[in-house]
Design a protein around this ligand. Structure first.
Ligand code: NAD
Length: 489
């Protein structure tokens, strides 16, 4: 619950427009909580169309200068930005933990994954190179260039306050675009600090802008005539809305959506290693990750033994504020979200699944939005707890007789973000790699989020669009190709 802290003492965040912090005119604001204590720590103004317009215009005005900035100068700014992120890593991790609740180790890990994108973006001179082909006709040569689009927009979810914005703006900016970021209104503070560090790294005013807000700001961004491309990461229904609306306004769009990731465990897996990997995948960040494993697909020959190990490990999971030493799992983002997740546990019981470990009864701190880890057995693939994204520390177990049945289960899911297998069998791993219909697979890896040089390749209802975030896809997403065919007489 929120403490009765006087509003005047709590920071009201500003928007970052044209290189300056400006007050948002919006009267309404969303409270930002420290989920580990329940205290309100800031207010995120819910900007409207006028503020969005100001930020987009600033970005549009900066575009001509930035697109003409030599590519090596843009690369050097990325190197400098990376250096600043390293220097401020402790401060940034503490900020992530404060507004999101994840442990400091998880916050540092997310920051590392974001920094990885900046490192990739620093290679922009090579990444953005075009191609040439001589003699496409007699005396005729052809060449292809990549050029930036203009104003690009990023709309982010709450669960990775640093990494997900950094999936977007470093590559967009390195390509020569200008950018407007709309962070999650639930975790907007880290983005504000990233904006300051980026400016310190040498990005000129207007090249990077931040507008705080929610739906109204998003809808204004999607409709703005000066916006060329929209990168979105968030829940599936919102991703579908963004994809349709942005496309209807003629924007290029990539919309990364929700997930329901399966983890197959075969009898020949190393069970001690697999226990740690499954616990970390299902309960890391309190299950609030799009790559979290949420359906355990256990081979019937190993299910009893493995579930016993998982329940034992869950009972020893240290739950508490993310900045306390030794804590392994932090809180959920909001009380309302905790109630929603609890609702899914109630639902699982009423659907007939059996509780192996009940997170509602686990010892957790009184303050804050904590909920213990939950494990179900006897889950049937038609149950809602098996099909819907819960986005909390709830793991459902479906028992299967062999790897093929496990793969079929994955392929029936409407989502296709990630899937993993734990086994020592090359043949089983190969069948899984070849036939599982999900975009990011792990073999003896619990959270197979690709490194930044590869695209983040969700399939099915986990992604709307053509070109994914990161990797070569991102370079193509943030540029137009221009082909010149020339004959010199
Ligand atoms: P969300 O969809 O509620 O919000 C995401 C963004 O959309 C926010 O910036 C929010 O302000 C905006 N938004 C919310 N409702 C809107 C509406 N009706 N119209 C326009 N804009 C709207 O998501 P969240 O709860 O912040 O994040 C969790 C979700 O994100 C989960 O579903 C998770 O799986 C997903 N996610 C996916 C990936 C991926 O790579 N596929 C990565 C991280 C998170």
């Amino acid at each position: 619950m929120a403490t009765a802290q006087p509003v005047s003492q709590v920071e009201r965040l500003k928007n970052f427009v044209g290189g300056k912090w400006v007050d948002a005119e919006a009267e309404t604001a969303e409270p930002v909580y420290n989920p580990a204590t329940g205290e309100i720590i800031a207010y995120a103004p819910l900007s409207g169309a006028a503020e969005v317009d100001r930020a987009v215009r600033a970005a549009a005005a900066a575009f001509d200068g930035w697109r003409e900035t030599p590519v090596f100068r843009r690369a050097r700014i990325m190197f400098r930005f990376k250096q600043l992120l390293d220097e401020h890593a402790d401060e940034l991790a503490a900020l992530i933990t404060r507004e999101h609740g994840k442990t400091l180790a998880e916050a540092r890990a997310e920051l590392e994954r974001g920094i990885e994108v900046v490192e990739f973006a620093a290679g922009i001179p090579t990444l953005i190179m075009g191609r040439t082909l001589e003699l496409v006709g007699t005396g005729v040569d052809a060449e292809m260039y990549r050029q930036p689009l203009g104003v690009c927009v990023g709309i982010c979810p709450y669960n990775f306050p640093a990494m997900i914005p950094m999936w977007m703006f470093p590559l967009a900016i390195a390509c020569g675009n200008t950018f407007v970021l709309k962070p999650s209104e639930r975790t907007p503070m880290t983005a504000a600090r990233l904006a300051e560090l980026l400016a310190e790294a040498g990005v000129p005013p207007g090249v990077f802008n931040v507008v705080n807000g929610g739906r109204e700001a998003v809808d204004a961004l999607l409709a703005h005539e000066d916006v060329r491309a929209v990168s979105f990461v968030g829940s599936q229904p919102v991703a579908a809305h963004i994809y349709r609306t942005a496309a209807a306004h003629g924007k290029r769009v990539q919309a990364l959506a929700g997930a329901k990731n399966h983890m197959i465990v075969l009898p020949d897996a190393d069970l001690d290693y697999t226990t740690e990997a499954v616990i970390a995948s299902a309960f890391g960040s309190a299950g609030q990750r799009c790559m979290a494993g949420s359906v355990l697909v256990a081979h019937e020959a190993v299910a009893d033994r493995f579930l016993e190990q998982l329940a034992d490990r869950s009972s020893r999971l240290k739950i508490g504020p993310g900045d306390e030493p030794g804590v392994e799992m932090g809180p959920l983002i909001r009380d309302q979200h905790r109630e929603r997740v609890k609702g899914y546990i109630d639902l699982g019981e009423s659907e007939g699944a059996q509780l192996v470990y009940d997170g509602r009864k686990a010892p957790v701190p009184e303050r804050g939005f904590f909920l213990g880890p939950t494990i179900f057995d006897g889950v049937n693939p038609n149950m809602r707890i098996a099909r819907e994204e819960i986005f909390g520390p709830v793991l459902g177990t479906v028992r299967v007789k062999d790897v093929d049945e496990g793969i079929q289960l994955i392929n029936r899911s409407p989502y296709g973000n990630g899937a993993v297998i734990f086994t020592r069998s090359g043949a089983a791993a190969r069948a899984f790699r070849r036939h599982a219909r999900a975009g990011m697979l792990g073999i003896n890896i619990g959270v197979p989020a690709p490194v930044a040089v590869f695209p983040f390749t969700g399939w099915k209802s986990s992604f709307y669009g053509d070109l994914h975030a990161n990797g070569e896809d991102a370079i193509n997403f943030y540029t137009d190709r221009k082909v010149v065919t020339a004959r010199w007489l």
